[in-house]
Design a protein around this ligand. Sequence first.
Ligand code: ZN
Length: 167
Amino acid sequence: MTRIANFCPTCGKALVRRRHSGRERPYCLNCQAPIYFDPKVAVVVFLERNDEVLLIRRAVDPGKGKWALPAGFVDYDEAPEEAAARETLEETSLQVRIDKLLEVFPRKDDGLADIVIAYSASILSGEPCAGDDADEVGWFSRDSLPPLVFYPSITLTARWRAGQLET
Ligand SMILES: [Zn+2]
């Protein structure tokens, strides 16, 4: 999946490819400037309670019908921790406190993000109720995990199942 635009964000003219700063980049002949496209950043939240992990079922593709940790994109003007709490609220109706940075994942599959920041969190209030990109929310024990999608969710859940995740 590419998010490199064909037109200059500043002047709207078509971009060309030109070697600049050590690699070929989109370049605007009108602005006489390279255009730098940034990685798309997402957050994912690992919530554990009573030896169970909170998962959401994806209502849309990619991964429709499969399960994943609550996750979503960081807005351009948003702190990652804020995005993590916001996305969890949108997908699960739970108010959470972000506790700890678990890992930063590079892109490993055809998920929607280039960089995924994973946090552990604790529930402050609310009852799980699916919303936004999720059509189901559930707590799962290590022995009852459903089919999962996306590398960060698969990796963190597998570590947790093996007793190797410090949340
Ligand atoms: Zn331009």
